[in-house]
Design a binder for this molecule. Sequence first.
Ligand SMILES: Cc1cc2nc3c(=O)[nH]c(=O)nc-3n(C[C@H](O)[C@H](O)[C@H](O)COP(=O)(O)O)c2cc1C
Length: 361
Amino acid sequence: MLKLIEPTMEYDQQIQAYRREFLQPGVSMDGGGQLIHCETTKQWLDLVEQYSHQETVPADKVPASLYILIREEDNKMVGIIQIRHYLNDYLRKYGGHIGYSVAPSERRKGNASRMLAMALEKCRQMGLDKVLITCREDNEGSRRTILKNGGVYESTEYEAQQGRYLQRYWIDLAEKKADIEDGHNIEYQSTDERNRDMNSIYHRTSIRHFQDRPVEREKIEEILRAAMQAPSAKNQQPWEFYVVTDKKMIEELSTVSPYASPAQKAPVVIVPVYRKDCLTPAYAQIDMSIAVENMWLATDALGLGGVWLGIAPVEERMQAVERILNIPESLRAFALFPLGYPAEERQQKDRYDESRIHYII
Ligand SMILES: Cc1cc2nc3c(=O)[nH]c(=O)nc-3n(C[C@H](O)[C@H](O)[C@H](O)COP(=O)(O)O)c2cc1C
């Protein structure tokens, strides 16, 4: 069991053991309320106290409540989390409401997700309705922690001073409250995986303008993993994928249909293709559609954007793509999926239409 408590001198040893883990070369403590800079626990606790009140916090900072995460079985301190009571300009753009750290030896065990879930409950008790959390764009673990807790991606900001891109996510605490009141879990495991997907279902839009920035290989892989997770008729999995970053070839692909121009400025175009000799060819294009939707949702969940450019079933477009890619005869081109970091912001609309539903009772 884990408990989130205010730090006191009673935990002196644990706090110092925690600090020592961060003194190793190559380890940094992003959210630790400056513990790393304090020689003694007393110094740190004084600082935590100073930062917790409006009257004593430095003028350029906002008051914050700080908690430590203790694992009850062995009384070990596994994390620190700080909740800023409101946002100033810097926090609204880069820092967010919450900063945290987890002991290097305790990572990849779900501790960060649980600590964040507990901290969100404290935020709710403090009267916050929405919480902003940010993470470095290359911090996959942190991003997953935020998504598991219902984070909805809003934007990526470049923090010039630190030379880093930060992704910004909002967590709606009113929704979380409804979840808790419905008796749903507060530890957020599988339900949160579901939330993440549901968020992308409602958040995804067609993105046709992209920043001039490459997309990391890991993200491409995650998108393709999502594609290949799709169901298919007789589980035939007819798909293969070409990942094109060659600018000249992308330019050519953007001319295969009158509507394919959004591909032109994309840093990557994924071309899903299918095998002609699959188990039930009549269903191949249907299977491919599901795979492309999965790709699209994963793209959104990763803070990227993309758009499906229709190729199949229009025969001449399929042939044009096949010619450009020079793919074997055994494969058929299905669609183009340009993707990248969005250079446009689009709000998805609610398409629910009750008149389309016919209940037969
Ligand atoms: C099968 C299919 C083919 C599409 N083809 C194109 C296309 O060729 N060019 C384009 O700009 N958008 C294309 N789109 C994107 C649709 O225009 C878009 O999904 C639709 O307008 C709804 O907007 P949203 O994606 O932002 O929700 C296609 C979407 C689908 C599902």
